[in-house]
Design a protein around this ligand. Structure first.
Ligand code: UD1
Length: 452
């Protein structure tokens, strides 16, 4: 069993560069299915989820040339891709569901294994289903598979999402690009990753207006063509480093990301007493859509920000919300910051109902946290103390490592695969920032069954 062994307390100082967003690249890879031929995507992060998506697309008949070092993936989509996403891949990566929209749009059918409940709540697919049905598909569950069929092709429809779901917006958007007529998605998600996928689809020949707003209008076209595209920077990885600086009293400069992607994150870090400054190349483009388009075209190497952490942070009040609100994926870092802050902090989780699993692990480090429904009341302690803890998902895992760096003594984080799914070279990056952290092989934990 591989674990991460962390020795604290340790300030993190230095520079990191982030690559493309996990939550964008997976969908961009799925979107290539909409056009036969060779698409090339750059700024691809070297993470496990990209490898899982690569395998999924291979099984659908795509030929893929992936250069993880260069961060470039070349996807050759056949005229007749397969239509089935197997359970073994979907269970490993829930985001596999994003092939549903492109396959139904282009192949008129998709059989995608239903993801089981995962560590952060039950996450339904009802909006994906209702939207495809509004476009004329039949959709039902059969033997654990979500089956969507539209033998005569999809037709444009007016779809109102009860909640701005990221996944539903993406699936319905991709499906609509090849539908007959106009689709309007109202109350659509506005995350930067949605903007990124809209820009790539436009470059493929899709007709989309309202990009970056809550109403997307898509005029269906007969055919899309392959594309070259650069992935938007990973605002969640960038935000993780920003919190790492604030939590460890460090000084980190994050490059490769447009600071416009993190509005509320900076606000909360400043409230915690951190100094946040934007790098000079960052202010060139006004507006989010223009900024993402410019970074797509020219890269974002000169963009970024610097966070200098306070000696001890003040506690903060954070409520997670759809973009541009505070991202739910950074919530564990905000909890970790409050755990060592001066005062009592409050976290309200508005997106996923069961995203508190990691709180129990943080309590093993000595954090004082009371959960009441979707609120977590965190009383800051003077210091945490290292302990053995388990990562329950990608962000919780990374936040536990950062909390371990603020704790006295050794923290051992198990289930590190989760972290590898979303953070490229996490350990190496931490080491380059001065952290005392190693991957260590440990014997498997005691097997209770052996007593039976
Ligand atoms: C994506 C991100 C995830 C992020 C989340 C919210 C990826 C791979 N994952 O997840 O990291 O935390 O956005 O920013 O991009 N819901 C329904 N019915 C539906 C769809 C969603 O009830 O049909 C609910 C979910 O259960 C959840 C909430 O809506 O409680 C938000 O889900 P959604 O925005 O769809 O998140 P994902 O796309 O799964």
């Amino acid at each position: 069993m591989e674990i991460l062994s962390v020795n604290g307390p340790h300030r993190l100082t230095g520079d990191v560069t982030v690559r493309g967003a996990k939550n964008s690249i997976l969908k961009l890879m799925a979107a290539t299915l909409l056009a036969p031929g060779r698409s090339v995507i750059s700024n691809v992060p070297r993470i496990l989820d990209v490898s899982i998506m690569t395998e999924l697309l291979r099984r659908l008949g795509c030929e893929i040339d992936y250069d993880p070092e260069a961060g470039v993936i070349d996807i050759d989509v056949p005229e007749e891709p397969g239509i089935q996403a197997d359970y073994e891949l979907v269970r490993a990566m829930r985001a596999s569901i994003c092939v549903l929209g492109p396959l139904t749009g282009r192949m008129r059918a998709a059989h995608v294994a239903m993801p089981g409940g995962d560590a952060i709540g039950s996450r339904g697919l009802d909006m994906h289903q209702a939207g495809l049905e509004a476009m004329g598909a039949s959709a039902h569950l059969d033997h654990g598979y979500f089956i969507a069929e539209a033998p005569d092709g999809l037709t444009g429809a007016e779809i109102h999402l009860p909640f701005p779901s990221v996944g539903a917006t993406e699936n319905l958007l991709m499906a609509a690009t090849l539908a007959d007529g106009t689709t309007i998605i109202d109350n659509a998600a506005k995350e930067p990753e949605i903007i990124d996928i809209c820009l790539m689809l436009q470059a493929m020949g899709a007709q989309i207006s309202g990009i970056g707003t809550k109403t997307l209008t898509i005029e269906g076209v007969d055919r899309l063509h392959p594309v070259k595209h650069r992935v938007v920077g990973d605002r969640i990885v960038a935000g993780s480093w920003a919190f790492a600086a604030a939590i460890t009293g460090g000084d980190i400069t994050v490059r490769g990301i447009d600071p416009q992607l993190l509005p509320h994150v900076f606000e909360h870090l400043r409230a915690a007493g951190a100094e946040v400054s934007v790098l000079s190349g960052s202010a060139d483009t006004e507006g989010l859509v223009a900024g993402i388009a410019a970074a797509n075209e020219h890269g974002a190497q000169d963009m970024g920000f610097r966070v200098i952490g306070p000696q001890r942070p003040h506690s903060i009040r954070v409520a997670t919300l759809p973009f541009p609100g505070f991202p739910t994926d950074l919530q564990p870092f905000a909890v970790a910051l409050n755990a060592i802050a001066d005062g009592v902090g409050l976290l309200t989780e508005n997106l996923f109902e069961a995203r508190w699993r990691f709180v129990h692990e943080l309590a093993r480090l000595g954090a004082e946290i009371t959960i009441d429904g979707n609120h977590a009341l965190v009383t800051g302690v003077d210091s945490l103390s290292g302990a053995e803890v388990e990562a329950s998902d990608i962000r919780a895992g990374a936040a536990l490592v950062i909390a371990g760096l603020a704790a006295e003594g050794r923290t051992e984080v198990s289930e590190v695969d989760h972290i590898d799914r979303g953070y490229e070279g996490f350990v190496e990056q931490l080491q380059s920032l001065g952290a005392d952290v190693q991957r260590v092989d440990k014997p498997e934990p005691f097997d209770i069954d052996s007593l039976a």
